[in-house]
Design a protein around this ligand. Structure first.
Ligand SMILES: NC(=O)c1ccc[n+]([C@@H]2O[C@H](COP(=O)([O-])OP(=O)(O)OC[C@H]3O[C@@H](n4cnc5c(N)ncnc54)[C@H](O)[C@@H]3O)[C@@H](O)[C@H]2O)c1
Length: 360
Protein backbone atom coordinates (compact mmCIF):
# COMPACT_ATOMS: atom_id res chain seq x y z
CA UNK A 1 0.00 0.00 0.00
CA UNK A 2 1.17 3.53 -0.77
CA UNK A 3 0.07 6.59 1.17
CA UNK A 4 0.12 10.10 -0.21
CA UNK A 5 -0.57 12.91 2.24
CA UNK A 6 -2.67 15.66 0.75
CA UNK A 7 -1.93 18.98 2.37
CA UNK A 8 -4.35 21.75 1.50
CA UNK A 9 -4.55 24.89 3.66
CA UNK A 10 -7.95 23.78 5.04
CA UNK A 11 -7.21 20.11 5.64
CA UNK A 12 -4.65 17.33 5.58
CA UNK A 13 -5.75 13.83 4.67
CA UNK A 14 -4.30 10.60 3.34
CA UNK A 15 -4.82 8.88 0.02
CA UNK A 16 -4.32 5.16 0.49
CA UNK A 17 -3.66 3.50 -2.83
CA UNK A 18 -3.00 -0.14 -3.69
CA UNK A 19 -4.46 -3.56 -4.16
CA UNK A 20 -7.25 -4.31 -1.61
CA UNK A 21 -6.68 -1.15 0.41
CA UNK A 22 -10.43 -1.05 0.93
CA UNK A 23 -9.62 -2.78 4.22
CA UNK A 24 -8.29 0.60 5.42
CA UNK A 25 -11.87 1.88 5.55
CA UNK A 26 -12.40 0.47 9.02
CA UNK A 27 -9.17 1.95 10.31
CA UNK A 28 -10.18 5.36 8.96
CA UNK A 29 -13.68 5.09 10.43
CA UNK A 30 -12.42 3.98 13.82
CA UNK A 31 -10.02 6.91 14.00
CA UNK A 32 -12.69 9.51 13.31
CA UNK A 33 -13.32 11.89 16.15
CA UNK A 34 -16.18 12.24 16.97
CA UNK A 35 -17.18 8.71 16.11
CA UNK A 36 -19.97 8.80 13.50
CA UNK A 37 -23.52 8.10 14.61
CA UNK A 38 -24.14 6.47 11.24
CA UNK A 39 -22.83 6.36 7.69
CA UNK A 40 -24.48 7.10 4.37
CA UNK A 41 -23.02 5.20 1.43
CA UNK A 42 -23.81 6.89 -1.88
CA UNK A 43 -23.09 4.82 -4.97
CA UNK A 44 -24.38 4.22 -8.48
CA UNK A 45 -26.02 1.05 -9.74
CA UNK A 46 -22.98 -0.26 -11.66
CA UNK A 47 -20.54 0.22 -8.82
CA UNK A 48 -23.15 -0.84 -6.28
CA UNK A 49 -23.66 -4.15 -8.06
CA UNK A 50 -19.93 -4.76 -8.17
CA UNK A 51 -18.55 -3.44 -4.88
CA UNK A 52 -21.23 -2.42 -2.40
CA UNK A 53 -21.21 -5.79 -0.68
CA UNK A 54 -17.41 -5.70 -0.33
CA UNK A 55 -17.62 -2.29 1.30
CA UNK A 56 -20.49 -3.34 3.54
CA UNK A 57 -18.53 -6.42 4.59
CA UNK A 58 -15.53 -4.28 5.50
CA UNK A 59 -17.74 -2.05 7.67
CA UNK A 60 -19.41 -5.11 9.20
CA UNK A 61 -21.15 -4.41 12.50
CA UNK A 62 -18.72 -1.70 13.52
CA UNK A 63 -21.04 1.11 12.33
CA UNK A 64 -24.63 1.44 11.21
CA UNK A 65 -25.00 2.51 7.64
CA UNK A 66 -27.65 3.45 5.10
CA UNK A 67 -27.20 3.10 1.37
CA UNK A 68 -28.57 5.08 -1.53
CA UNK A 69 -27.94 3.85 -5.04
CA UNK A 70 -28.61 6.09 -8.01
CA UNK A 71 -28.50 5.52 -11.76
CA UNK A 72 -25.11 5.71 -13.45
CA UNK A 73 -24.10 8.46 -15.86
CA UNK A 74 -22.95 12.06 -15.65
CA UNK A 75 -26.49 13.34 -16.23
CA UNK A 76 -27.21 11.94 -12.75
CA UNK A 77 -25.02 14.60 -11.13
CA UNK A 78 -28.25 16.55 -10.90
CA UNK A 79 -30.38 18.67 -8.59
CA UNK A 80 -32.90 15.82 -8.46
CA UNK A 81 -30.35 13.34 -7.10
CA UNK A 82 -28.85 15.95 -4.79
CA UNK A 83 -32.31 16.54 -3.34
CA UNK A 84 -33.01 12.78 -3.17
CA UNK A 85 -29.80 12.21 -1.19
CA UNK A 86 -30.52 15.10 1.19
CA UNK A 87 -34.09 13.88 1.77
CA UNK A 88 -32.84 10.35 2.34
CA UNK A 89 -30.21 11.59 4.82
CA UNK A 90 -32.87 13.55 6.72
CA UNK A 91 -35.29 10.61 6.74
CA UNK A 92 -32.54 8.37 8.17
CA UNK A 93 -31.73 11.00 10.79
CA UNK A 94 -28.11 11.56 9.89
CA UNK A 95 -26.67 14.09 12.29
CA UNK A 96 -23.63 16.32 12.25
CA UNK A 97 -21.37 13.44 13.33
CA UNK A 98 -22.51 11.24 10.45
CA UNK A 99 -20.21 10.48 7.55
CA UNK A 100 -20.97 10.17 3.84
CA UNK A 101 -19.10 7.52 1.91
CA UNK A 102 -18.74 8.21 -1.81
CA UNK A 103 -18.36 4.83 -3.51
CA UNK A 104 -17.86 5.33 -7.24
CA UNK A 105 -16.24 7.39 -9.93
CA UNK A 106 -16.08 11.14 -10.26
CA UNK A 107 -19.81 11.49 -10.75
CA UNK A 108 -20.55 9.93 -7.36
CA UNK A 109 -17.57 11.63 -5.69
CA UNK A 110 -18.73 15.07 -6.84
CA UNK A 111 -22.39 14.48 -5.97
CA UNK A 112 -21.77 12.78 -2.61
CA UNK A 113 -19.13 15.35 -1.70
CA UNK A 114 -21.60 18.14 -2.40
CA UNK A 115 -24.28 16.37 -0.36
CA UNK A 116 -21.79 16.06 2.54
CA UNK A 117 -20.50 19.60 2.08
CA UNK A 118 -23.96 21.10 2.45
CA UNK A 119 -25.94 18.70 4.69
CA UNK A 120 -26.42 20.54 8.00
CA UNK A 121 -23.81 23.04 6.71
CA UNK A 122 -21.26 20.33 6.13
CA UNK A 123 -20.51 16.87 7.45
CA UNK A 124 -17.50 14.64 6.86
CA UNK A 125 -17.07 12.34 3.90
CA UNK A 126 -14.74 9.64 2.65
CA UNK A 127 -13.91 9.05 -0.99
CA UNK A 128 -13.72 5.49 -2.29
CA UNK A 129 -12.87 6.12 -5.94
CA UNK A 130 -13.52 3.29 -8.38
CA UNK A 131 -12.38 4.76 -11.71
CA UNK A 132 -9.01 5.78 -13.12
CA UNK A 133 -10.43 9.25 -13.65
CA UNK A 134 -11.17 9.54 -9.96
CA UNK A 135 -7.43 9.70 -9.17
CA UNK A 136 -8.12 13.31 -10.13
CA UNK A 137 -11.67 13.96 -8.94
CA UNK A 138 -11.35 12.32 -5.50
CA UNK A 139 -8.45 14.55 -4.52
CA UNK A 140 -8.58 18.29 -3.97
CA UNK A 141 -12.04 18.92 -2.59
CA UNK A 142 -14.01 20.18 -5.57
CA UNK A 143 -17.56 18.87 -5.29
CA UNK A 144 -20.72 19.75 -7.13
CA UNK A 145 -23.47 19.02 -9.59
CA UNK A 146 -24.32 20.01 -13.14
CA UNK A 147 -26.89 22.62 -14.10
CA UNK A 148 -28.64 22.44 -17.49
CA UNK A 149 -26.77 25.70 -18.24
CA UNK A 150 -23.37 24.21 -17.55
CA UNK A 151 -21.27 21.50 -15.98
CA UNK A 152 -20.21 21.66 -12.32
CA UNK A 153 -21.89 25.05 -11.98
CA UNK A 154 -23.20 24.45 -8.46
CA UNK A 155 -20.87 23.19 -5.77
CA UNK A 156 -18.60 23.76 -2.81
CA UNK A 157 -15.01 23.10 -1.89
CA UNK A 158 -15.16 20.33 0.68
CA UNK A 159 -12.18 18.11 1.42
CA UNK A 160 -12.67 14.44 2.34
CA UNK A 161 -11.38 12.81 5.54
CA UNK A 162 -9.51 10.24 3.46
CA UNK A 163 -9.34 8.74 -0.01
CA UNK A 164 -9.26 4.96 -0.14
CA UNK A 165 -8.23 3.93 -3.63
CA UNK A 166 -8.43 0.17 -3.94
CA UNK A 167 -6.90 -0.46 -7.35
CA UNK A 168 -8.38 -3.97 -7.55
CA UNK A 169 -11.72 -2.17 -8.15
CA UNK A 170 -10.35 -0.81 -11.43
CA UNK A 171 -10.18 -4.21 -13.10
CA UNK A 172 -13.87 -4.13 -14.05
CA UNK A 173 -13.73 -0.78 -15.88
CA UNK A 174 -14.90 -0.89 -19.50
CA UNK A 175 -12.47 0.28 -22.21
CA UNK A 176 -14.05 3.71 -22.72
CA UNK A 177 -13.79 4.44 -18.98
CA UNK A 178 -10.14 3.38 -18.96
CA UNK A 179 -9.57 5.86 -21.79
CA UNK A 180 -11.58 8.49 -19.94
CA UNK A 181 -9.47 8.24 -16.81
CA UNK A 182 -6.20 7.99 -18.66
CA UNK A 183 -6.95 11.32 -20.38
CA UNK A 184 -6.68 13.01 -16.97
CA UNK A 185 -3.38 11.22 -16.30
CA UNK A 186 -2.12 12.56 -19.65
CA UNK A 187 -3.39 16.01 -18.64
CA UNK A 188 -1.43 15.91 -15.38
CA UNK A 189 1.69 14.91 -17.30
CA UNK A 190 1.22 17.57 -19.99
CA UNK A 191 0.78 20.43 -17.54
CA UNK A 192 3.44 19.46 -15.04
CA UNK A 193 5.80 16.63 -15.88
CA UNK A 194 7.53 16.25 -19.20
CA UNK A 195 9.29 13.03 -18.11
CA UNK A 196 6.03 11.42 -17.09
CA UNK A 197 4.48 12.36 -20.43
CA UNK A 198 7.42 10.95 -22.40
CA UNK A 199 7.53 7.73 -20.41
CA UNK A 200 3.78 7.20 -20.75
CA UNK A 201 3.99 7.79 -24.49
CA UNK A 202 6.78 5.28 -24.77
CA UNK A 203 5.16 2.60 -22.62
CA UNK A 204 1.41 2.85 -23.23
CA UNK A 205 0.84 1.46 -26.72
CA UNK A 206 -2.66 0.19 -26.10
CA UNK A 207 -5.15 0.57 -23.29
CA UNK A 208 -4.37 -3.03 -22.29
CA UNK A 209 -1.09 -1.65 -21.01
CA UNK A 210 -3.02 0.30 -18.39
CA UNK A 211 -3.09 -2.18 -15.57
CA UNK A 212 -1.23 -3.49 -12.56
CA UNK A 213 1.85 -1.78 -11.21
CA UNK A 214 2.45 0.52 -14.16
CA UNK A 215 -1.08 1.89 -13.91
CA UNK A 216 -0.71 2.34 -10.16
CA UNK A 217 2.57 4.17 -10.64
CA UNK A 218 1.00 6.55 -13.14
CA UNK A 219 -1.95 7.19 -10.80
CA UNK A 220 0.38 7.96 -7.90
CA UNK A 221 2.32 10.43 -10.06
CA UNK A 222 -0.93 12.05 -11.20
CA UNK A 223 -2.14 12.40 -7.60
CA UNK A 224 1.19 13.92 -6.55
CA UNK A 225 0.95 16.52 -9.32
CA UNK A 226 -2.58 17.38 -8.25
CA UNK A 227 -1.48 17.58 -4.62
CA UNK A 228 1.32 19.97 -5.45
CA UNK A 229 -1.11 22.28 -7.20
CA UNK A 230 -3.95 22.21 -4.66
CA UNK A 231 -1.48 22.67 -1.81
CA UNK A 232 -0.54 26.02 -3.31
CA UNK A 233 -4.00 27.04 -4.51
CA UNK A 234 -6.87 25.19 -2.84
CA UNK A 235 -9.67 27.51 -3.97
CA UNK A 236 -8.54 28.13 -7.56
CA UNK A 237 -7.43 31.72 -7.22
CA UNK A 238 -4.45 31.08 -9.50
CA UNK A 239 -2.52 28.02 -10.66
CA UNK A 240 -5.27 25.49 -9.88
CA UNK A 241 -6.89 26.73 -13.08
CA UNK A 242 -4.15 24.87 -14.99
CA UNK A 243 -5.85 21.63 -13.98
CA UNK A 244 -8.63 22.71 -16.32
CA UNK A 245 -6.39 22.16 -19.34
CA UNK A 246 -8.69 20.78 -22.04
CA UNK A 247 -11.77 21.33 -19.88
CA UNK A 248 -13.17 24.58 -21.28
CA UNK A 249 -13.97 22.94 -24.60
CA UNK A 250 -14.31 19.47 -23.07
CA UNK A 251 -17.13 20.59 -20.77
CA UNK A 252 -18.84 22.35 -23.69
CA UNK A 253 -18.71 19.15 -25.76
CA UNK A 254 -20.17 17.15 -22.88
CA UNK A 255 -22.92 19.74 -22.40
CA UNK A 256 -23.80 19.85 -26.11
CA UNK A 257 -24.03 16.05 -26.10
CA UNK A 258 -26.11 16.19 -22.93
CA UNK A 259 -23.51 14.16 -21.02
CA UNK A 260 -24.22 11.11 -23.16
CA UNK A 261 -22.27 9.23 -25.83
CA UNK A 262 -18.85 10.51 -24.79
CA UNK A 263 -17.03 10.11 -21.51
CA UNK A 264 -15.66 13.04 -19.53
CA UNK A 265 -12.04 12.19 -20.31
CA UNK A 266 -12.70 11.56 -23.99
CA UNK A 267 -14.19 15.06 -24.22
CA UNK A 268 -11.23 16.49 -22.28
CA UNK A 269 -8.83 14.76 -24.67
CA UNK A 270 -10.48 16.62 -27.58
CA UNK A 271 -10.28 19.84 -25.56
CA UNK A 272 -6.55 19.30 -25.00
CA UNK A 273 -5.96 18.79 -28.73
CA UNK A 274 -7.79 22.02 -29.48
CA UNK A 275 -5.81 23.89 -26.80
CA UNK A 276 -2.53 22.61 -28.24
CA UNK A 277 -3.60 23.73 -31.73
CA UNK A 278 -4.02 27.31 -30.50
CA UNK A 279 -0.30 27.98 -30.18
CA UNK A 280 2.32 27.52 -32.83
CA UNK A 281 4.78 26.29 -30.19
CA UNK A 282 2.58 23.32 -29.31
CA UNK A 283 1.17 22.38 -32.70
CA UNK A 284 3.63 19.52 -33.20
CA UNK A 285 3.01 18.23 -29.69
CA UNK A 286 -0.72 18.34 -30.53
CA UNK A 287 -0.22 16.33 -33.73
CA UNK A 288 1.83 13.73 -31.84
CA UNK A 289 -0.76 13.53 -29.09
CA UNK A 290 -3.53 13.12 -31.67
CA UNK A 291 -1.74 10.15 -33.24
CA UNK A 292 -1.16 8.55 -29.86
CA UNK A 293 -4.77 9.06 -28.75
CA UNK A 294 -5.96 7.59 -32.02
CA UNK A 295 -3.87 4.45 -31.45
CA UNK A 296 -5.42 4.14 -28.02
CA UNK A 297 -8.92 4.30 -29.53
CA UNK A 298 -10.06 7.78 -28.42
CA UNK A 299 -13.01 9.11 -30.44
CA UNK A 300 -12.60 11.80 -33.05
CA UNK A 301 -14.38 15.15 -32.86
CA UNK A 302 -18.19 14.79 -33.08
CA UNK A 303 -18.62 16.45 -36.46
CA UNK A 304 -22.21 17.51 -36.00
CA UNK A 305 -21.30 19.93 -33.17
CA UNK A 306 -21.17 23.56 -34.19
CA UNK A 307 -18.41 25.94 -33.17
CA UNK A 308 -20.87 28.67 -32.30
CA UNK A 309 -22.95 26.59 -29.84
CA UNK A 310 -19.77 25.23 -28.26
CA UNK A 311 -18.35 28.72 -27.84
CA UNK A 312 -21.66 29.88 -26.38
CA UNK A 313 -21.21 27.27 -23.71
CA UNK A 314 -17.55 28.14 -23.22
CA UNK A 315 -18.59 31.73 -22.48
CA UNK A 316 -20.38 30.43 -19.39
CA UNK A 317 -17.25 28.68 -18.12
CA UNK A 318 -16.42 29.62 -14.53
CA UNK A 319 -13.04 30.98 -15.61
CA UNK A 320 -14.58 33.40 -18.14
CA UNK A 321 -13.85 36.99 -17.14
CA UNK A 322 -15.20 40.29 -18.49
CA UNK A 323 -16.55 38.58 -21.61
CA UNK A 324 -13.20 36.91 -22.37
CA UNK A 325 -12.86 33.12 -22.46
CA UNK A 326 -9.81 32.03 -20.49
CA UNK A 327 -8.08 29.09 -22.11
CA UNK A 328 -5.36 27.03 -20.46
CA UNK A 329 -2.60 26.61 -23.05
CA UNK A 330 0.90 25.20 -22.85
CA UNK A 331 3.93 27.37 -23.53
CA UNK A 332 5.79 24.09 -23.81
CA UNK A 333 5.43 20.60 -22.31
CA UNK A 334 4.91 20.99 -18.56
CA UNK A 335 4.54 24.80 -18.71
CA UNK A 336 0.90 25.89 -18.72
CA UNK A 337 -0.44 29.44 -18.87
CA UNK A 338 -3.80 31.18 -19.11
CA UNK A 339 -4.70 33.08 -22.29
CA UNK A 340 -7.83 35.17 -22.82
CA UNK A 341 -9.74 34.93 -26.12
CA UNK A 342 -12.70 36.87 -27.41
CA UNK A 343 -15.58 34.59 -28.32
CA UNK A 344 -15.31 35.69 -31.97
CA UNK A 345 -11.67 34.73 -32.31
CA UNK A 346 -12.17 31.46 -30.46
CA UNK A 347 -15.13 30.59 -32.66
CA UNK A 348 -13.04 31.15 -35.80
CA UNK A 349 -10.27 28.93 -34.47
CA UNK A 350 -12.70 26.25 -33.37
CA UNK A 351 -14.46 26.28 -36.75
CA UNK A 352 -11.18 25.57 -38.55
CA UNK A 353 -10.28 22.92 -35.96
CA UNK A 354 -13.62 21.16 -36.54
CA UNK A 355 -13.23 21.50 -40.30
CA UNK A 356 -9.77 19.91 -40.16
CA UNK A 357 -11.09 17.13 -37.93
CA UNK A 358 -13.96 16.38 -40.30
CA UNK A 359 -11.51 15.79 -43.18
CA UNK A 360 -9.86 12.94 -41.26
N1 LIG B 1 -14.01 17.17 -8.49
C1 LIG B 1 -13.01 17.21 -9.33
O1 LIG B 1 -11.94 17.74 -9.06
C2 LIG B 1 -13.17 16.54 -10.66
C3 LIG B 1 -12.07 16.36 -11.49
C4 LIG B 1 -12.24 15.68 -12.69
C5 LIG B 1 -13.49 15.20 -13.05
N2 LIG B 1 -14.55 15.41 -12.22
C6 LIG B 1 -15.88 14.89 -12.53
O2 LIG B 1 -15.81 13.48 -12.56
C7 LIG B 1 -16.87 12.98 -13.36
C8 LIG B 1 -16.35 11.87 -14.23
O3 LIG B 1 -15.90 10.84 -13.40
P1 LIG B 1 -15.79 9.33 -13.92
O4 LIG B 1 -15.14 9.32 -15.24
O5 LIG B 1 -15.21 8.54 -12.82
O6 LIG B 1 -17.29 8.98 -14.24
P2 LIG B 1 -18.42 8.15 -13.51
O7 LIG B 1 -18.37 8.27 -12.06
O8 LIG B 1 -19.68 8.54 -14.19
O9 LIG B 1 -18.05 6.65 -13.88
C9 LIG B 1 -18.03 6.26 -15.22
C10 LIG B 1 -18.80 4.95 -15.45
O10 LIG B 1 -18.05 3.87 -14.94
C11 LIG B 1 -18.84 3.11 -14.05
N3 LIG B 1 -17.91 2.59 -13.06
C12 LIG B 1 -17.34 3.27 -12.05
N4 LIG B 1 -16.46 2.49 -11.42
C13 LIG B 1 -16.49 1.29 -12.04
C14 LIG B 1 -15.77 0.08 -11.86
N5 LIG B 1 -14.81 -0.05 -10.95
N6 LIG B 1 -16.06 -0.97 -12.69
C15 LIG B 1 -16.99 -0.84 -13.66
N7 LIG B 1 -17.68 0.29 -13.89
C16 LIG B 1 -17.41 1.34 -13.08
C17 LIG B 1 -19.87 4.06 -13.53
O11 LIG B 1 -21.01 3.41 -13.08
C18 LIG B 1 -20.15 4.90 -14.78
O12 LIG B 1 -21.04 4.23 -15.61
C19 LIG B 1 -17.39 14.15 -14.14
O13 LIG B 1 -18.63 14.52 -13.60
C20 LIG B 1 -16.38 15.24 -13.90
O14 LIG B 1 -16.94 16.52 -13.92
C21 LIG B 1 -14.41 16.05 -11.05
Amino acid sequence: MNTIDITTPSKKYPVFIGDKVIDQLNVVLENLNPSPKNLLIITDENVGNLYLETVQNVIGDAFTYETIQIHAGDDQKSFENYMACQSFALSKELDRTSVVIALGGGMIGDLAGFVAGTYMRGIRFIQIPTTILAHDSAVGGKTGINHPEGKNMIGVFHQPEAVIYSTDFLTTLPANEIRSGFAEVIKHALIADENLYRSLRASVKSIDDLKGNSLQKALIQGIKIKNEIVTQDEKEKGIRAYLNFGHTLGHAIEGELQYKGITHGEAIALGMLFALSLKEDTEILGQELKMWLRTLGYPSFPKHLSASSLVNRMKKDKKAEKGMIQMVLLNSLGKPSLSPFTSESLERKLSSFIEEASKE
